[in-house]
Design a protein around this ligand. Sequence first.
Ligand code: MN
Length: 360
Amino acid sequence: MIAYGVFREGGRARVGARVEGGVLDLAAALGDEAFHAPSLNGFMAGGPSIWREAHSRAREASGPVLGLDEVELLMPFEVADYVDFFSSLHHASNMGGMFRPDAEPLLPNWRHLPVGYHGRAGTVVPSGTPIVRPCGQRWAPGADAPSFGPSVRLDIELELGFVIGVASELGMPVPIDRALDHVFGLVLVNDWSARDIQAWEYQPLGPFLGKSFATSISHWVAPLTEVEGHRVPAGAQEPEPLPYLREEPWAYDLALEVELNGAVVARTSGRHLYWSIAQQVAHLTANGASMRTGDLLATGTISGPERESHGSLIELSWNGTEPIELPGGETRSFLEDGDEVVLRGEGLGEVRGRIDPARC
Ligand code: MN
Protein backbone atom coordinates (compact mmCIF):
# COMPACT_ATOMS: atom_id res chain seq x y z
CA MET A 1 0.00 0.00 0.00
CA ILE A 2 1.47 3.38 -1.03
CA ALA A 3 1.61 6.07 1.64
CA TYR A 4 3.18 9.51 1.40
CA GLY A 5 5.22 11.42 3.95
CA VAL A 6 7.87 14.10 4.36
CA PHE A 7 11.41 13.32 5.44
CA ARG A 8 14.67 15.19 6.00
CA GLU A 9 17.99 13.84 4.82
CA GLY A 10 21.13 15.78 3.97
CA GLY A 11 19.58 18.92 5.45
CA ARG A 12 16.70 19.02 2.95
CA ALA A 13 13.05 18.16 3.63
CA ARG A 14 11.14 16.55 0.75
CA VAL A 15 8.30 14.16 -0.08
CA GLY A 16 8.78 10.40 0.05
CA ALA A 17 6.73 7.24 -0.21
CA ARG A 18 6.83 4.44 2.33
CA VAL A 19 8.18 1.30 0.70
CA GLU A 20 9.62 -2.03 1.81
CA GLY A 21 12.96 -1.25 3.49
CA GLY A 22 12.53 2.47 3.95
CA VAL A 23 11.55 5.65 2.18
CA LEU A 24 11.45 6.13 -1.59
CA ASP A 25 12.84 9.59 -2.40
CA LEU A 26 10.04 10.76 -4.71
CA ALA A 27 11.74 14.06 -5.49
CA ALA A 28 14.72 12.14 -6.92
CA ALA A 29 12.73 9.23 -8.39
CA LEU A 30 10.01 11.19 -10.19
CA GLY A 31 11.55 14.64 -10.42
CA ASP A 32 8.22 16.47 -9.98
CA GLU A 33 8.47 19.94 -8.50
CA ALA A 34 5.63 19.13 -6.07
CA PHE A 35 7.82 16.55 -4.31
CA HIS A 36 10.75 18.97 -3.77
CA ALA A 37 8.73 20.51 -0.94
CA PRO A 38 8.64 20.21 2.86
CA SER A 39 4.93 19.27 2.81
CA LEU A 40 2.41 17.30 0.77
CA ASN A 41 0.15 20.33 0.30
CA GLY A 42 1.28 21.22 -3.23
CA PHE A 43 0.85 17.64 -4.41
CA MET A 44 -2.49 17.21 -2.59
CA ALA A 45 -3.92 20.36 -4.21
CA GLY A 46 -3.55 18.75 -7.64
CA GLY A 47 -6.66 16.59 -7.53
CA PRO A 48 -7.64 12.98 -8.22
CA SER A 49 -6.16 12.52 -11.72
CA ILE A 50 -2.74 13.85 -10.65
CA TRP A 51 -2.88 11.69 -7.49
CA ARG A 52 -3.70 8.54 -9.46
CA GLU A 53 -0.89 9.12 -11.92
CA ALA A 54 1.60 9.71 -9.10
CA HIS A 55 0.49 6.55 -7.25
CA SER A 56 1.17 4.37 -10.28
CA ARG A 57 4.51 6.05 -11.03
CA ALA A 58 5.53 5.71 -7.37
CA ARG A 59 4.64 2.03 -7.42
CA GLU A 60 6.86 1.46 -10.47
CA ALA A 61 9.78 3.64 -9.35
CA SER A 62 12.86 1.68 -8.29
CA GLY A 63 14.75 4.19 -6.14
CA PRO A 64 16.57 5.77 -4.47
CA VAL A 65 15.34 4.18 -1.23
CA LEU A 66 16.69 5.51 2.06
CA GLY A 67 16.70 3.46 5.27
CA LEU A 68 14.48 4.67 8.11
CA ASP A 69 17.63 5.19 10.18
CA GLU A 70 19.00 7.61 7.56
CA VAL A 71 16.03 9.97 7.58
CA GLU A 72 14.05 12.10 9.99
CA LEU A 73 10.30 11.83 9.43
CA LEU A 74 8.48 15.16 9.69
CA MET A 75 4.91 16.49 9.64
CA PRO A 76 3.49 15.16 6.35
CA PHE A 77 1.38 18.24 5.54
CA GLU A 78 0.66 21.73 6.78
CA VAL A 79 -2.60 21.52 8.68
CA ALA A 80 -4.95 24.24 7.46
CA ASP A 81 -8.06 23.86 9.62
CA TYR A 82 -8.74 21.01 12.01
CA VAL A 83 -12.22 19.68 12.71
CA ASP A 84 -12.93 16.80 15.05
CA PHE A 85 -16.21 14.92 14.71
CA PHE A 86 -17.97 12.53 17.11
CA SER A 87 -18.97 9.87 14.58
CA SER A 88 -18.84 6.57 16.47
CA LEU A 89 -22.21 5.52 17.89
CA HIS A 90 -20.68 3.38 20.64
CA HIS A 91 -18.27 6.14 21.72
CA ALA A 92 -21.00 8.80 21.75
CA SER A 93 -23.32 6.53 23.75
CA ASN A 94 -20.59 5.58 26.24
CA MET A 95 -19.54 9.20 26.81
CA GLY A 96 -23.15 10.37 27.16
CA GLY A 97 -23.81 7.64 29.70
CA MET A 98 -20.75 8.61 31.76
CA PHE A 99 -21.03 12.43 31.56
CA ARG A 100 -24.85 12.55 31.92
CA PRO A 101 -25.83 9.37 33.79
CA ASP A 102 -29.43 10.45 34.42
CA ALA A 103 -30.30 11.31 30.81
CA GLU A 104 -30.54 9.63 27.41
CA PRO A 105 -26.96 8.72 26.37
CA LEU A 106 -27.34 10.29 22.91
CA LEU A 107 -28.37 13.94 22.60
CA PRO A 108 -31.36 14.51 20.24
CA ASN A 109 -29.19 15.79 17.35
CA TRP A 110 -26.73 12.89 17.23
CA ARG A 111 -28.54 10.63 14.75
CA HIS A 112 -29.46 13.60 12.50
CA LEU A 113 -26.05 15.19 11.87
CA PRO A 114 -22.34 14.48 12.34
CA VAL A 115 -21.60 16.48 15.50
CA GLY A 116 -18.18 18.18 15.53
CA TYR A 117 -16.10 21.11 16.77
CA HIS A 118 -13.31 23.25 15.33
CA GLY A 119 -9.99 22.26 16.89
CA ARG A 120 -6.54 23.85 16.95
CA ALA A 121 -4.57 23.25 13.72
CA GLY A 122 -1.35 24.74 15.11
CA THR A 123 -0.93 22.08 17.79
CA VAL A 124 -1.22 19.05 15.51
CA VAL A 125 2.15 17.29 15.85
CA PRO A 126 3.77 14.27 14.18
CA SER A 127 4.16 10.85 15.76
CA GLY A 128 6.99 10.70 18.30
CA THR A 129 6.52 14.25 19.62
CA PRO A 130 6.54 14.14 23.47
CA ILE A 131 3.27 15.29 25.03
CA VAL A 132 3.56 17.65 28.01
CA ARG A 133 0.84 16.97 30.55
CA PRO A 134 -1.51 19.93 30.29
CA CYS A 135 -2.38 22.21 33.18
CA GLY A 136 -5.77 23.73 33.50
CA GLN A 137 -8.84 24.50 35.52
CA ARG A 138 -11.00 21.67 36.80
CA TRP A 139 -13.52 21.01 39.54
CA ALA A 140 -12.26 18.00 41.48
CA PRO A 141 -14.88 15.55 42.82
CA GLY A 142 -15.95 16.61 46.32
CA ALA A 143 -14.19 20.00 46.12
CA ASP A 144 -16.15 23.17 46.84
CA ALA A 145 -14.47 25.28 44.15
CA PRO A 146 -12.50 24.87 40.94
CA SER A 147 -8.70 24.67 41.09
CA PHE A 148 -5.79 24.97 38.67
CA GLY A 149 -3.11 22.32 38.15
CA PRO A 150 -1.86 19.37 36.10
CA SER A 151 -4.61 17.24 34.56
CA VAL A 152 -5.10 14.04 36.55
CA ARG A 153 -7.35 12.42 33.92
CA LEU A 154 -5.16 12.52 30.80
CA ASP A 155 -6.55 10.29 28.07
CA ILE A 156 -6.14 9.25 24.44
CA GLU A 157 -8.62 9.13 21.56
CA LEU A 158 -8.00 6.68 18.72
CA GLU A 159 -9.30 8.26 15.50
CA LEU A 160 -8.93 8.29 11.75
CA GLY A 161 -8.18 11.65 10.15
CA PHE A 162 -9.13 12.55 6.58
CA VAL A 163 -6.89 15.03 4.78
CA ILE A 164 -8.43 17.44 2.28
CA GLY A 165 -6.53 17.82 -1.01
CA VAL A 166 -8.80 19.86 -3.27
CA ALA A 167 -10.14 23.06 -1.74
CA SER A 168 -13.83 23.94 -2.06
CA GLU A 169 -15.33 27.31 -2.90
CA LEU A 170 -16.63 29.70 -0.23
CA GLY A 171 -20.41 29.80 -0.35
CA MET A 172 -20.67 26.51 -2.28
CA PRO A 173 -21.74 23.40 -0.36
CA VAL A 174 -20.03 20.20 -1.54
CA PRO A 175 -22.73 17.68 -2.56
CA ILE A 176 -22.36 14.33 -0.85
CA ASP A 177 -21.73 12.47 -4.11
CA ARG A 178 -18.77 14.79 -4.94
CA ALA A 179 -17.31 14.79 -1.42
CA LEU A 180 -14.63 12.15 -1.94
CA ASP A 181 -13.14 14.08 -4.91
CA HIS A 182 -11.83 16.56 -2.31
CA VAL A 183 -10.28 13.99 0.02
CA PHE A 184 -6.64 13.05 -0.59
CA GLY A 185 -6.17 10.40 2.07
CA LEU A 186 -6.09 9.41 5.70
CA VAL A 187 -3.86 9.46 8.72
CA LEU A 188 -4.08 7.91 12.15
CA VAL A 189 -4.88 10.40 14.92
CA ASN A 190 -4.42 10.50 18.69
CA ASP A 191 -6.62 13.31 20.02
CA TRP A 192 -5.07 13.63 23.49
CA SER A 193 -7.79 14.68 25.95
CA ALA A 194 -7.68 16.00 29.52
CA ARG A 195 -11.01 14.68 30.81
CA ASP A 196 -11.05 16.73 34.02
CA ILE A 197 -10.46 20.00 32.13
CA GLN A 198 -12.94 18.93 29.43
CA ALA A 199 -15.71 18.00 31.87
CA TRP A 200 -15.60 21.41 33.59
CA GLU A 201 -15.27 23.61 30.50
CA TYR A 202 -17.29 21.90 27.75
CA GLN A 203 -20.78 23.28 28.32
CA PRO A 204 -22.25 25.05 26.41
CA LEU A 205 -19.71 25.55 23.59
CA GLY A 206 -17.90 22.21 23.39
CA PRO A 207 -14.27 21.12 23.85
CA PHE A 208 -11.62 23.85 24.30
CA LEU A 209 -8.41 23.62 26.38
CA GLY A 210 -9.04 20.00 27.37
CA LYS A 211 -8.09 19.03 23.81
CA SER A 212 -6.15 21.88 22.18
CA PHE A 213 -2.77 21.23 23.86
CA ALA A 214 -1.75 18.53 21.34
CA THR A 215 -3.11 16.20 18.65
CA SER A 216 -0.73 13.60 17.20
CA ILE A 217 -0.89 12.20 13.66
CA SER A 218 0.97 9.46 11.80
CA HIS A 219 3.95 10.33 9.58
CA TRP A 220 2.26 8.67 6.61
CA VAL A 221 -0.83 9.69 4.64
CA ALA A 222 -2.50 6.75 2.88
CA PRO A 223 -4.32 7.89 -0.28
CA LEU A 224 -8.03 7.16 -0.33
CA THR A 225 -7.61 5.04 -3.47
CA GLU A 226 -5.27 2.75 -1.53
CA VAL A 227 -7.88 1.94 1.14
CA GLU A 228 -10.76 1.56 -1.35
CA GLY A 229 -10.58 -2.24 -0.96
CA HIS A 230 -11.42 -1.85 2.74
CA ARG A 231 -14.73 -0.11 2.03
CA VAL A 232 -17.62 -2.13 3.45
CA PRO A 233 -21.40 -1.58 3.65
CA ALA A 234 -22.60 -0.36 7.05
CA GLY A 235 -25.91 -0.81 8.87
CA ALA A 236 -28.91 1.38 8.03
CA GLN A 237 -28.97 4.86 9.59
CA GLU A 238 -32.11 5.34 11.69
CA PRO A 239 -33.79 7.70 11.22
CA GLU A 240 -32.86 8.25 7.59
CA PRO A 241 -30.72 11.41 7.35
CA LEU A 242 -31.93 14.54 5.53
CA PRO A 243 -31.34 14.49 1.74
CA TYR A 244 -28.00 16.40 1.82
CA LEU A 245 -26.56 13.63 4.06
CA ARG A 246 -28.22 10.70 2.37
CA GLU A 247 -26.15 7.87 0.84
CA GLU A 248 -25.81 4.09 1.03
CA PRO A 249 -24.21 3.61 4.50
CA TRP A 250 -20.56 2.52 4.36
CA ALA A 251 -17.31 2.58 6.33
CA TYR A 252 -13.65 1.59 6.07
CA ASP A 253 -12.92 -1.77 7.68
CA LEU A 254 -9.38 -0.89 8.79
CA ALA A 255 -7.94 -2.76 11.79
CA LEU A 256 -6.84 -0.39 14.57
CA GLU A 257 -5.20 -0.97 17.94
CA VAL A 258 -4.06 0.82 21.08
CA GLU A 259 -0.81 -0.11 22.81
CA LEU A 260 -0.03 1.23 26.28
CA ASN A 261 3.49 0.73 27.70
CA GLY A 262 4.09 -2.20 25.33
CA ALA A 263 0.77 -4.02 25.89
CA VAL A 264 -2.11 -3.96 23.41
CA VAL A 265 -5.13 -2.83 25.45
CA ALA A 266 -7.73 -2.40 22.67
CA ARG A 267 -8.46 -3.58 19.14
CA THR A 268 -11.11 -1.95 17.01
CA SER A 269 -11.93 -1.03 13.40
CA GLY A 270 -12.93 1.91 11.24
CA ARG A 271 -16.13 0.02 10.42
CA HIS A 272 -17.56 1.13 13.79
CA LEU A 273 -18.09 4.67 12.46
CA TYR A 274 -21.74 5.68 11.99
CA TRP A 275 -21.13 8.81 9.87
CA SER A 276 -18.91 8.51 6.76
CA ILE A 277 -16.24 10.96 5.57
CA ALA A 278 -18.58 11.89 2.68
CA GLN A 279 -21.29 12.84 5.18
CA GLN A 280 -18.77 14.79 7.26
CA VAL A 281 -17.65 16.80 4.19
CA ALA A 282 -21.27 17.41 3.07
CA HIS A 283 -22.21 18.59 6.57
CA LEU A 284 -19.11 20.76 7.14
CA THR A 285 -19.76 22.64 3.88
CA ALA A 286 -23.59 22.65 4.06
CA ASN A 287 -23.59 26.28 5.29
CA GLY A 288 -21.17 27.40 2.56
CA ALA A 289 -18.03 27.13 4.71
CA SER A 290 -15.12 26.27 2.43
CA MET A 291 -12.37 23.70 2.88
CA ARG A 292 -8.70 24.33 2.21
CA THR A 293 -5.88 22.05 1.10
CA GLY A 294 -4.49 20.55 4.29
CA ASP A 295 -7.71 20.57 6.29
CA LEU A 296 -7.79 17.68 8.74
CA LEU A 297 -11.20 16.11 9.41
CA ALA A 298 -10.93 13.61 12.25
CA THR A 299 -13.65 11.08 12.95
CA GLY A 300 -13.81 11.23 16.73
CA THR A 301 -12.92 8.28 18.93
CA ILE A 302 -13.65 4.94 17.30
CA SER A 303 -15.22 2.45 19.67
CA GLY A 304 -16.85 -0.89 18.96
CA PRO A 305 -19.56 -2.58 21.02
CA GLU A 306 -17.27 -4.61 23.32
CA ARG A 307 -15.18 -3.18 26.16
CA GLU A 308 -11.90 -4.30 24.52
CA SER A 309 -12.83 -2.48 21.29
CA HIS A 310 -13.05 0.97 22.90
CA GLY A 311 -10.73 3.70 21.61
CA SER A 312 -10.19 5.74 24.80
CA LEU A 313 -9.00 4.99 28.33
CA ILE A 314 -12.09 6.58 29.90
CA GLU A 315 -14.17 3.91 28.16
CA LEU A 316 -11.65 1.07 28.63
CA SER A 317 -11.55 1.80 32.41
CA TRP A 318 -15.24 2.77 32.51
CA ASN A 319 -14.56 6.24 33.92
CA GLY A 320 -11.89 4.88 36.24
CA THR A 321 -14.16 2.37 37.99
CA GLU A 322 -12.55 -0.68 36.33
CA PRO A 323 -8.83 0.10 35.80
CA ILE A 324 -6.99 -1.57 32.91
CA GLU A 325 -4.56 -4.26 34.06
CA LEU A 326 -1.15 -4.22 32.38
CA PRO A 327 1.10 -7.29 32.09
CA GLY A 328 3.56 -6.22 34.84
CA GLY A 329 0.69 -6.05 37.38
CA GLU A 330 0.31 -2.26 37.11
CA THR A 331 -3.09 -0.75 36.46
CA ARG A 332 -4.15 2.40 34.62
CA SER A 333 -7.33 4.42 34.39
CA PHE A 334 -5.60 7.47 32.89
CA LEU A 335 -2.04 8.24 31.77
CA GLU A 336 0.89 8.63 34.17
CA ASP A 337 4.06 10.63 33.37
CA GLY A 338 6.44 8.48 31.31
CA ASP A 339 3.65 6.33 29.84
CA GLU A 340 3.95 5.68 26.12
CA VAL A 341 0.95 5.15 23.84
CA VAL A 342 1.27 3.72 20.33
CA LEU A 343 -1.76 3.61 18.04
CA ARG A 344 -1.49 1.38 14.99
CA GLY A 345 -3.69 1.23 11.90
CA GLU A 346 -3.74 -1.12 8.93
CA GLY A 347 -1.77 0.61 6.15
CA LEU A 348 -1.41 3.78 8.25
CA GLY A 349 1.63 2.97 10.36
CA GLU A 350 1.69 4.21 13.93
CA VAL A 351 1.20 7.27 16.13
CA ARG A 352 3.51 7.30 19.13
CA GLY A 353 3.61 9.66 22.09
CA ARG A 354 5.12 9.67 25.60
CA ILE A 355 3.85 11.79 28.46
CA ASP A 356 6.25 14.36 29.90
CA PRO A 357 5.58 15.94 33.32
CA ALA A 358 3.44 19.06 33.60
CA ARG A 359 5.14 22.48 33.63
CA CYS A 360 2.90 24.32 36.06
MN1 MN B 1 -11.60 13.55 19.52
